[in-house]
Design a protein around this ligand. Structure first.
Ligand code: NDP
Length: 246
């Protein structure tokens, strides 16, 4: 099903994990995709090459989310390359898990810079281009509503900030017929949160469906929101966490 034919999508952090699954899914739905990366140049280029080999259009761009100019440039390059921008997926994120007393100001700046500030920067640049019917989809975390345990304060704070950002922006952009939503994954098997990692059994013990999800599960929800079928959903958070927060 090519629900996104003729659409252009920009996915931040699209080289690995959930972002890679979103990039591939939106491309499979017919979108022209641009993915950003900071460290994973090879993986990003390989994903773009795979999409092109399958008949799609894709471009990988280096853009460290901490660097506002790089993020703005990625938006502008997307428009220059593909003639527009319809769907912005703010996926890039980092986790810093530490006892509260060990968190430094540098940790704060890093996590808020990548998980919050960069979304503001990307959206600010993107709204100059996104037409009516466009989409902004932010990737948060179920932890915004359930900190789950100690050592999560800065991450939880950063992801909770996204619900305010999403609600406010949805109201600002409603007049332009652009929807803005927050997707809040729970345990998804990636480098950030491996299904065989230290915390995995604890997380499974708290879930209604005690299995980790896959990037593809989140990508399916993002594709739905990005499609015409998602047009009446805006300003809300959709949690996809196997019932961890239930
Ligand atoms: P991974 O650690 O597997 O991948 C992180 C992605 O973000 C990579 O593509 C990475 O790119 C990119 N990224 C990190 N820092 C930067 C930066 N400074 N600039 C640009 N890109 C950056 O994480 P996940 O795929 O698991 O997470 C994706 C999103 O989902 C994040 O926002 C995360 O918080 C959220 N999430 C994940 C959950 C999980 O269980 N996995 C649960 C809840 C939320 P590069 O390699 O190029 O640096």
């Amino acid at each position: 099903m090519e629900r996104l034919k003729n659409k252009v999508a920009l996915i931040t952090g699209g080289a690995r994990g959930i972002g890679a699954a979103i990039t591939k899914r939106l491309a499979a739905e017919g979108a022209k995709v641009v993915l950003t990366y900071s460290k994973s140049a090879e993986k990003a280029e390989a994903i773009a090459a795979e999409i092109i080999a399958n008949g799609g259009q894709a471009l990988a761009i280096a853009a460290d989310s901490i660097d506002a100019q790089a993020v703005t440039n990625a938006v502008n390059k997307t428009v220059a390359e593909f003639g527009g921008l319809d769907i912005l997926v703010n996926n890039a994120g980092i986790y810093i898990g530490k006892a509260f007393e060990e968190h430094t100001l540098e940790d704060y700046d890093q996590i808020m810079g990548v998980n919050v500030r960069a979304l503001f920067v990307a959206a600010s640049a993107a709204v100059k281009h996104i037409p009516a019917g466009g989409r902004i989809i932010n990737i948060g975390s179920n932890m915004a509503e359930n900190a789950l345990g100690p050592q999560t304060t800065l991450y939880t704070m950063s992801k909770a900030a996204l619900s305010g950002f999403t609600r406010g922006l949805a109201r600002d952009l409603g007049k332009n017929n652009i929807t803005v939503n927050l997707v809040q994954p729970g345990p998804i098997d990636t480098d950030m949160n491996p299904a065989q990692g230290e915390l995995a059994d604890f997380l499974r013990s708290r879930m209604a469906l005690p299995e980790y999800g896959k990037g593809e599960d989140v990508a399916g929800l993002v594709a739905f929101l990005a499609s015409e079928e998602g047009k009446y959903i805006t300003g809300t958070a959709l949690t996809i966490d196997g019932g961890l927060n239930a």
